[in-house]
Design a protein around this ligand. Structure first.
Ligand SMILES: Cc1cc2nc3c(=O)[nH]c(=O)nc-3n(C[C@H](O)[C@H](O)[C@H](O)COP(=O)(O)O)c2cc1C
Length: 425
């Protein structure tokens, strides 16, 4: 049985919180934390504990539905809660859905066997889908209904607007009135929206990002996560700007700009709409190593410059197994989002992810997510440092080299050991 407890979640706004003076430019975030009732997992269990508390939001596990088709409407988000996802991030909404016009087909897949193959494992997925084309009023009604029915579960709205302060303020205000627990800002959609100076157009321009983040964080009263685009040279730069402009968290990565393939019979690109296509966003297993690289770079920056108690990292990209999730957590992620994985395997995937993550934790005797979060980050260094470490290791191995260098080195006391050191079996 779940037990209910009262916990402090958020108060006040960004500018009115406390602030600490950290050395080395470490930012300590004033909290947007208030009071909220939540259900806690049953207390006494020898099983590893998957629950996490992120920016004051308690989740039964770190698995979060990433913004996209799995969070498009009430029915599917309810399903996600019922199946046990730790949190749900809804499909990105904007003020005027009438401006959002989707095409079909809008997805194309890459199989392991390569171009044109209809067999073999799906390893890559491309979409040219825009943000939600459903009226904002409808989406807001559904957010409210979900929060009424699942008050103890975490629902996060994903929002995007044009370069217009009043529009952002109105959207934040309306979304917050539904009772959502946090807001993710989509600074990262790579197709369609940048043509309207939205999404990745903001995430790729640090000056613009700083200004827009400033508006958002002055207005929002719930935690804000900034979702980053990987389509940029150094992702840690916009992540730093988003955090120092008042956001509590970073989410990364959104999809990677790509051309999925050319149909070798028709010579037309995929996905093919009336004979034409446009570059889209790449996701699924194939992007996982790229996402790991981007998350590692953000995590290193955050560890050096931002206080880990108050700033969070939500990792995304190609997660289909508990092991994929463990990798992100080992790099420092607090939560792990899944989008395409749910489109391929369904909402029940969370059960497999949980079992596999617990198995990993049992193997290493980790009791909680915090026991291993960020544990692998320290093993990344520069190539120059790798060369230095290898030279040092070779020197040490030579120093304990088997056998005697010369007959003059035999000693009376160590004679038997010295003989053994030159035996091969
Ligand atoms: C069909 C599709 C639609 C998406 N729509 C959105 C969106 O509306 N907002 C957003 O922030 N990300 C969107 N994404 C990006 C995902 O949330 C995620 O960042 C990306 O797909 C990588 O994760 P994955 O490999 O688990 O899918 C979409 C992804 C897909 C595949």
């Amino acid at each position: 049985m779940a037990s209910f407890s009262m916990t402090q979640i958020r108060t006040g706004n960004y500018t009115s919180g406390f602030s600490l003076n950290y050395p080395n430019k470490v930012y300590a975030r004033p909290s947007r934390i208030g009071f909220k009732v939540f259900a806690s997992e049953s207390e006494s269990s020898s099983e590893p504990d998957l629950s996490v508390t992120v920016n004051g939001l308690r989740m039964p596990n770190p698995f979060v539905i990433g913004s996209g088709p799995p969070g498009t409407n009430y029915t599917v988000m309810k399903r996600a809660f019922d199946e046990g996802w730790g949190a749900v991030i809804a499909k990105t909404v904007s003020l005027d859905a009438a401006k959002v016009i989707n095409v079909t087909p809008r997805y194309a897949r890459l199989r392991a066997n390569g171009n044109g193959s209809t067999k073999g494992e799906i390893i890559g997925w491309q979409n040219i889908e825009l943000i939600s084309d459903r009226p904002l009023e409808t989406m807001l009604k559904e957010f409210k209904q979900l929060k009424d029915e699942y008050p103890d579960r975490i629902l996060i709205a994903s929002i995007m607007e044009e370069y217009n302060k009043a529009a952002w303020e109105e959207l934040i205000d309306r979304v917050e009135q539904t009772g959502v627990d946090a807001i993710e800002i989509n600074f990262s959609c790579p197709h369609g929206m940048p043509e309207r100076k939205m999404g990745a157009a903001v995430g790729q321009d640090c000056a613009l990002l700083e200004e827009v983040c400033g508006w958002i964080n002055a207005k929002a009263t719930v935690p804000v996560w900034a979702k980053m685009t990987p389509n940029i040279t150094d992702i840690s730069q916009p992540a730093r700007v988003a955090l120092s402009s008042g956001s509590e968290g970073i989410a990364a990565i959104n999809t990677i700009m790509s051309v999925m393939g050319i149909n070798l019979d028709t010579l037309r690109p995929e996905p093919c709409v009336e004979g034409y296509s446009t570059p889209g966003g790449y996701s699924a297993k194939a992007v996982h190593p790229i996402a790991l690289g981007k998350v590692m770079s953000i995590a290193k920056m955050m560890k050096a410059e931002f206080d880990s108690e108050n700033y969070s990292l939500s990792a995304i990209g190609g997660v289909e197994t508990g092991g994929d999730a463990a990798e992100f957590i080992l790099l420092g992620a607090n939560t792990v989002q899944v989008c395409t994985g749910v489109m391929m395997h369904g909402y029940g995937l969370v059960k497999k992810l949980s079992v596999e993550l617990k198995d990993f934790m049992k193997k290493h005797n980790f009791k909680s997510i915090e026991d291993f979060r960020g544990a692998s980050l320290e093993y990344f260094t520069t190539h120059t440092d790798l060369v230095k470490r290898q030279q040092e290791a070779i020197k040490q191995r030579k120093a304990i080299k088997k056998g005697l260098q010369s007959d003059k080195d035999w000693t009376g006391d160590g004679f038997v050991k010295e003989s053994e050191s030159m035996v091969s079996n």
